[in-house]
Design a protein around this ligand. Structure first.
Ligand SMILES: Cc1ncc(COP(=O)(O)O)c(C=O)c1O
Length: 397
């Protein structure tokens, strides 16, 4: 592909003729339109919470927990303070702690590994498959040791990992299966939703997530009544339910607040439409980029990918990213330094994890949000293809 862009070799600025005005900029994500859709409803719910004086827990939180459990098709949902706590409390609830190892994909947000350490256990990093960049049965198997007690499967970018194959390895080794579904609200695998496929599912409702609060929040979902009970107690200082002064568990403070639950309840009925809008734009990206120099991370979900992130893999990623920025297109990186190469996790992998390490230098998250327009996607695709082709030409010359 020939290009009108002159993209010089690394270290120099991209020469683009005119910088776009701020109004032409395409954001990486835009929460404002979603907020506008729910604003009136949220304000009415906030008024009710203010009148009730129940700011933590209470009816509003319980209603959201019921609705979220129904959405995930699990028997229980427990609202907590954030996604990291959801993972930590799930692991603790499963009895995982000091002396135990937990397999975690190296290609994830660092919180997945952090939660293992906060539970007192040791993360052991696994590589990922080259097409989806998700944990696979083979990469899980390669990371097992006699001390492995659990695996945290991360449904990164919004796509569920191959849970059938992973469940077979987990069952053969007696591992508990925890789903990190922080990026996969409503994602589906063979007809079953994220969070319902392992022993326990963990969600983040950080504002930028597909279902996002107006602050931090998270949830744990499970069919296991005892586990749900332990997590309910643990999130509230280990307090016995129904008894204010009995603390039979070592707990923490990780309660969901009512204002966040009110936001989540207002947004939940719109999640399916917002997900369809993301899927439509993802389809457009795939069509417009096909045959060109830009490769997208595969969608192997059979329609169940919820596209929290739309991730490309490109040559000369950092130069391409800054050229896109100059062209008024914002992008993200998820994640440019794998967990096993972060300082606190030195020694938690058996040497190099080549697929993760190569991907870390190539991945580029393109604009993706429900109110992204078809015209914006076309502009991103045109610019991206031109810039990547120029980068390839410059490096070949
Ligand atoms: C894959 C993954 N796991 C865990 C988390 C942690 O969630 P939180 O930020 O709500 O603690 C996130 C959130 O960014 C995430 O993307």
């Amino acid at each position: 592909m020939t290009s009108t862009h002159r993209l010089p070799p690394s270290g120099t600025q991209c020469l683009l003729s005119a910088r776009p005005t701020p109004t032409d900029r395409i954001p990486f994500a835009d929460l404002a339109a979603m907020t506008r859709e729910v604003r009136e409803e949220v304000e009415a719910s906030f008024a009710q919470v203010l009148d009730s004086g129940r700011f933590i827990g209470g009816e509003v939180v319980e209603r959201f927990e019921q609705d979220w459990a129904a959405h995930c098709r699990t028997a229980h949902a427990v609202g907590v303070a954030n996604g990291t706590d959801a993972l930590q409390l799930a692991l603790r609830g499963l009895g995982i702690g000091p002396g135990d190892e937990v397999v975690v994909p190296a290609n994830t947000f660092v919180a997945t590994a952090e939660a293992v350490v906060l539970a007192g256990a040791t993360p052991r990093f696994a590589d990922v498959g080259p097409d989806t960049l998700l944990l696979t049965a083979a990469t899980l198997e390669a990371a097992l040791t006699p001390r492995t007690r659990a695996v945290v499967v991360v449904h990164l970018y919004g796509q569920i990992a191959d849970m059938d194959a992973i469940a077979r390895v987990a069952a053969a080794s007696g591992l508990a299966v925890v789903e990190d579904a922080a990026q996969a609200h409503g994602a589906v695998w063979r007809g079953r939703p994220a969070g319902s496929l392992g022993d326990v599912g963990c969600f983040s409702f950080y504002p930028g997530k597909n279902l996002g609060a107006f602050g931090d929040a998270g949830a744990v979902v499970t069919d296991d009544a005892d586990l749900a009970h332990r997590i309910r107690c643990t999130r509230d200082h280990g307090r016995a339910q129904g008894s204010h002064h009995e603390h039979p568990f070592l707990g923490t403070n990780s309660r969901m607040d009512a204002l966040q639950a009110a936001v989540l309840s207002a947004k939940l009925p719109r999640l399916a439409a917002w997900t369809s809008a993301r899927q439509l734009r993802a389809e457009q990206y795939r069509t417009e980029l096909s045959g060109g120099p830009v490769r997208l991370v595969d969608d192997a979900s059979g329609g169940g990918h919820v596209y929290h992130l739309l991730v490309a893999r490109v040559h000369a990623r950092d130069r391409v990213r800054s050229a896109l920025d100059q062209a008024g297109i914002e992008t993200g990186l998820h994640y440019p330094r794998p967990c096993h190469l972060q300082l606190p996790y030195t020694g938690c992998a058996d040497g190099a994890l080549p697929v993760t390490e190569q991907a870390a230098g190539e991945i580029l998250s393109l604009p993706m949000f429900p109110h992204l327009t078809a015209e914006q996607v076309t502009r991103v695709c045109d610019q991206l293809q031109e810039i990547v082709a120029a980068a390839v030409d410059a490096d070949v010359a």
